[in-house]
Design a protein. Sequence first.
Length: 329
Amino acid sequence: MHKTIYGQCTIHLEIKATSSILVQKRVAEGAKSMATFFMAYDPKRGREFPCIPGSSLKGVLRSACEKIMRSFHPQLSCDPLKTEPEQPGYSCSTEITTRMQSGELAPQQAYGALCPACRLFGCTAHAGLITLEDAWLQEELRPETRTGIAIDRFTGGVKLGKGGKRGALYAYKPIPDNSRFSTTMMIANFELWHIGLLALVFREISKGNILLGGGKRRGLGQATVQVQELRFNYPVRLYPSGDKRPGAICSAQLLIPEERRAKNSYPPDQIWLGQGLVPQQSTSWRDAAWVHYVLTDQRWIESIFQECVERALAPRLKAGPSGFYAQGG
């Protein structure tokens, strides 16, 4: 799956906080300090600056994808914590690794046997297709200081502070609302249903059904996701000429030669989108071997997302496991 590039989808995202947001940095065990927003060294600014780590954001996206898949059928997403074969939602990491070690499954067949979430985000038996950069804060904003009061989980009342005094106050510093974060996501050898699934996740975040960071019970973490640019790249040597394709954008895995596809892999969607799109012309030698489609018009972006959901993802979800797993896979 990763030895040859058959196509790439790059998505430039802007995450706008509609409430205060707090992605907390880890504090050494036993240390007492104010909860502050995560800071990392930004090479562009030459100093530490607030950001949402790519690993944290990827975890939120994966959790949301799993929730969507399980809503249609429990077998469409495994549970990484379930490592016993008799448990429902048996972990793909354990199952696929065991089958590969026993010789039952060849390495090139692992992708087709994984649950949809593990295909996209990866597991110990398969490197994920998604690469996600850190989301950097775009403005010079000062975190706001908020205070709270600790609650005793046993009595339900105010937790006692030192010396038995009532009112154990604590403080935290979230980034205020209307702040904007920018990040880039790249999906290698994508399928169109991957794009459709991520489009649903972006919608769920923007509707407030999925929150970012900590302090969710305090009203923190609400945000909207705006796709600034959607880019599709295909190798020139594999991309069919104009008279052999009914559109511009297809699943990257549709370009895999038939003889290279694993026998148990589910066939990619025979779908072409974006009729009338014109590839971007480039004079750079770096782009000479690629066909580029770059979408910045929101109408085109929404149209591609809608078609990926309706034509690629929805039929598979309605079919349940048979829509994702090949027979005998």
